[in-house]
Design a protein around this ligand. Structure first.
Ligand code: NDP
Length: 261
C-alpha cells in the first residue's frame, strides 16, 4: 500500500536517532514535511545528513523547556503553514530500583515522562486543531502495563503517561485530534548502544550482547525490534491509515507482553 502525504506535516520530538529518526525517514519517504528536534546540535546536524531529500526542519529544542518548545512550534508553523501529526518520542529510560532511586531522580523521571508529552502537545495543539487529519502519537513502553523492578521510576511514570494519553484522547476527540501510543519492549537504538559502551572490557560484540539481552528478557521472537519496526507503528497511528483509532495502543514487544487485552 502507498500513502501520499504531500502537504502533510509531521513533527517528531527526539528525531535525531533511533526510533524518532526512523520515523522521520518514513514520513519523508511518503512525501510529508518533517520537523525534528533534539537537544544536541551535532547530533541534530548528523541526523539531517542521513535523511532522504524532502522538506525538513531540524531545531535544537529540549522538550522540557516550554520556551524552547514554543519557539519550535512557531518555527514549524512558519516553515510549513500547519501541523498534522505530532510524535511525542523524545526521552530515555532510567535504570534504578525502589531502594536506590532518590527523590530528585523520581522528580526528574516524572517530569520527563509527563512534560515530555504535555509541553509539545500543548504548544502544537492550536495548529493540530486546524488539521483535518490531526494525530498525536506517544512513544511509550510496555513497562506502563508490565513494570520491572530495575526500572521502577520509568515504569511508574510510563503507567501515568498512558493514563494521560487516554484522557487526552477522550478530551481532544471533540477537536478531531486522535491520541494513541505505542508500547515498546526492547528496540535497538542509541539507548542500548550507550548501555553497551558503559560495560567494562571483555564484553561480547554488540550484536552478540543484544542477542543475549533478548534471551535474558525472554523475548518470544528472540531478538530486539528495529527502529524501523517501531517507526511503522508510529507512522500508522500518526496518519489517516488509523483514522478511526484513538485512545489506543500498539504493542511492539516481540511477544513479551503477558496481557490478553
Ligand atoms: P535514542 O536515544 O536513540 O533516541 C532518543 C531521542 O530523544 C534522541 O533524538 C534524543 O536526542 C532525544 N531526546 C532525549 N531527551 C530529550 C529532550 N529532553 N528533549 C528533546 N529531545 C530529547 O532512543 P530510542 O529511539 O530508543 O528512544 C525513543 C523513545 O522510545 C524514548 O522515549 C524511549 O524512552 C522510548 N523507549 C525505547 C525503548 C527501547 O528499547 N529502545 C523501550 C521503551 C521506550 P538528544 O539526546 O540529542 O536530545
Amino acid at each position: 500500500m502507498k500513502i501520499d502525504l504531500t502537504g502533510h506535516t509531521a513533527v517528531i520530538t527526539g528525531g535525531t536517532s533511533g526510533i524518532g529518526l526512523a520515523t522521520a525517514n518514513l514520513f519523508l519517504e511518503a512525501g510529508a514535511n518533517v520537523a525534528i528536534c533534539g537537544r544536541d546540535r551535532p547530533r541534530l546536524e548528523a541526523a539531517t545528513q542521513t535523511l532522504p531529500d524532502g522538506p525538513t526542519l531540524a531545531v535544537q529544542c529540549d522538550v522540557l523547556d516550554k520556551k524552547n518548545v514554543a519557539d519550535f512550534a512557531a518555527q514549524v508553523t512558519a516553515a510549513f503553514g500547519g501541523v498534522d501529526t505530532l510524535i511525542n518520542n523524545a526521552g530515555q529510560a532510567r535504570v534504578s530500583n525502589y531502594e536506590n532511586t532518590t527523590d530528585e531522580a523520581w522528580r526528574e523521571e516524572l517530569d520527563l515522562k509527563f512534560f515530555g508529552i504535555l509541553n509539545p502537545s500543548k504548544a502544537f495543539q492550536p495548529a493540530l486543531e486546524k488539521s483535518d487529519n490531526a494525530a498525536i502519537v506517544c512513544t511509550s513502553s510496555l513497562l506502563a502495563r508490565q513494570p520491572e523492578p530495575h526500572l521502577v521510576a520509568t515504569a511508574a511514570a510510563r503507567a501515568g503517561q498512558l493514563s494521560l494519553a487516554h484522557s487526552m484522547a477522550r478530551e481532544l476527540a471533540a477537536k478531531n485530534i486522535r491520541v494513541n501510543s505505542i508500547l515498546i519492549g526492547v528496540v535497538e537504538s542509541a539507548q542500548w548502544s550507550r548501555r553497551y559502551e558503559a560495560l567494562p572490557e571483555g564484553k561480547p560484540a554488540y550484536d552478540v550482547w543484544l542477542k543475549q539481552q533478548a534471551e535474558i528478557k525472554g523475548v518470544p521472537l528472540g531478538r530486539f525490534g528495529t527502529p524501523e519496526e517501531a517507526a511503522q507503528a508510529l507512522f500508522f497511528l500518526g496518519t489517516p491509515l488509523s483514522s478511526y483509532t484513538t485512545g489506543s495502543t500498539i504493542d511492539l514487544s516481540g511477544g513479551v507482553s503477558r496481557h490478553v487485552g
